[in-house]
Design a protein around this ligand. Structure first.
Ligand code: 5AD
Ligand code: SF4
Length: 451
């Protein structure tokens, strides 16, 4: 058995892609390892979204070169592949800069890994695939492996046509593509047959989903969710990431009507200032976003909200930043991600004149994160004393402990719940910790197991 080590950077879509690359390579005799030193093949599945992404990959490759050299001195061999969005953005530059790299494969072409490996084995030299091939990648992927967990991911949409002025995604992932409904349903049924109880539908811009349906019509994400909710054995559905501009009435209504759809919404706003939103090419104003939030809350009053924010976008004044703080206060988030703006090569904002000094970005990020983390603490603290259904996903650190998630996506640790992995069980929330909750079963575990 050959050993495969995959290091995944970035978003859940890369996590999904890494799992699919492992599935693709399994028939070639590759099994997983956690240790790069033992690996016959190393894949770096990279992210290009923020900061010095490419530089970090080059330094990781420098470290891996030493590992590869040591293996070769010992008579072994190691193949190194760079996949994902840095591979797409840098392409042949990677092969030119780091001779230890054998393969470079973009996010739309990784289904070609087996043939690339075969070419290498024939001594055909380095291999590069960064086209957006006409044939659908998804059609060429094998089934998910047997080892899917209780909470699975399923990519239904890829790419983005929004062209926010700070973002590389439209360039690295290409234009919007939605998988056909029948393929998504078949993959979901397969995941459930292999043990998944919850499925998160993934897409860079998932609510722009417009997939060809079996009836010849174009289906929306809400309609897709409605069909998936019929799968026997599936108990929870989620989706991410959404764009405010693509939000539709039927998706809001789905949060009211479909019990399986969890009360959680990741809806990035990026900024609370209309002039910055405009400079970002977001195609919505702060007021549009607040109205959407209100509509979701009318459909599903307990919905937990999450967002992404960028501080220090070129031209952002103190007043603009204050508008972001004010929007956060108005919404009240359960959880959120915030980042300092980083100029990404090739994006329009990178060329803007009024770049913000690093110390100003730092101060703004600190203030925003303090507010967001106070909101997260308040949201978690409000759960203490409640009984919430928890889907147990994996063992915890302590013997007998299991970790699961509430409908609001909070992690919960429960002692004595190890035998409940894969089940949804009522848990009394006892305390809110820094980034998770502590809970206890409401029934003895033997009673839960007979139900
Ligand atoms: N600088 C900082 N943050 C960025 N993001 C995307 N591009 C940049 C950038 N150039 C953030 C956005 C997006 C999240 C995935 O990453 O907030 O929603
Ligand atoms: Fe990037 Fe904007 Fe598309 Fe999101 S919507 S992937 S931030 S361009």
């Amino acid at each position: 058995m050959k050993k495969l080590f995959i290091k995944t950077y970035g978003c859940q879509m890369n996590v999904y892609d890494s799992a699919r690359m492992a599935d693709l390579l399994a028939p070639l005799g590759y099994g997983p390892t956690d240790v790069p030193e033992d690996a016959d093949m190393v894949i770096l599945n990279t992210c290009h979204i923020r900061e010095k992404a490419a530089e970090k990959i080059y330094s990781e490759l420098g470290r891996l070169k030493k590992v590869k050299d040591a293996r070769q001195r010992g008579g072994g061999s190691m193949m190194i592949a760079v996949a994902g969005c840095v591979a797409q953005a840098e392409g042949a530059e990677i092969l030119a800069r780091q001779s230890a790299v054998d393969l470079v494969v973009g996010p739309q072409s990784y289904h070609r890994l087996p043939e690339m490996i075969a070419r290498l084995a024939r001594g055909a030299g380095h291999a590069l695939e960064t086209d957006f091939p006409a044939e659908a990648k998804f059609d060429a992927l094998p089934e998910n492996s047997a080892g899917v967990g209780p909470a699975a991911f399923l990519t239904v949409q890829e790419g983005c046509d929004k062209f926010c002025s700070f973002c590389v995604v439209p360039y690295t992932r290409g234009s919007e593509f939605s998988r056909p409904v029948a393929h998504v349903v078949a993959e979901a049924e397969d995941l459930v047959a292999k043990g998944a109880r919850e499925i998160t539908l993934l897409g860079q811009n998932v609510n722009a989903y417009r997939g060809p349906g079996p009836d010849g019509e174009v289906w929306s994400l809400a309609r897709l969710i409605g069909a998936l909710a019929q799968i026997a054995g599936l108990q929870r559905l989620r989706y991410m990431t959404s764009h405010p501009r693509d939000m539709s009435d039927d998706l809001i209504a789905a949060h009211r009507d479909i019990g399986l759809l969890m009360p959680y919404l990741h809806l990035p706003v990026q900024s609370g200032s209309d002039s910055i939103l405009q400079a970002m090419n977001r195609q919505h104003a702060a007021g549009d976003y607040l109205r959407l939030v209100e509509r979701f809350r009318s459909a599903r009053p307990d919905i937990a909200l999450s967002s992404d924010f960028i501080v220090g976008f070129p031209g952002e004044t103190d007043k603009d930043f204050e508008a972001t703080m004010s929007l956060v206060r108005d919404v009240g988030y359960a959880q959120a991600f915030s980042f300092k703006y980083s100029a990404r090569p090739g994006t329009p904002a990178a060329a803007a004149s009024k770049q913000i000094p690093e110390d100003v970005k730092d101060a703004r990020l600190q203030a925003l994160q303090a507010l967001l983390s106070a909101q997260q603490d308040a949201f978690n603290a409000a759960c203490a004393g409640r009984i919430l259904p928890v889907l147990f996903e994996k063992p915890g650190r302590r013997e007998g402990q299991a970790v699961g998630r509430t409908p609001y996506l909070q992690p919960v640790h429960v002692d004595g719940a190890a035998s409940l992995i894969g089940r949804i069980v009522d848990v009394r929330i006892e305390a809110a910790l820094a980034n998770s909750l502590k809970g206890a079963l409401t029934l003895p575990v033997e009673k839960v197991l007979v139900h």
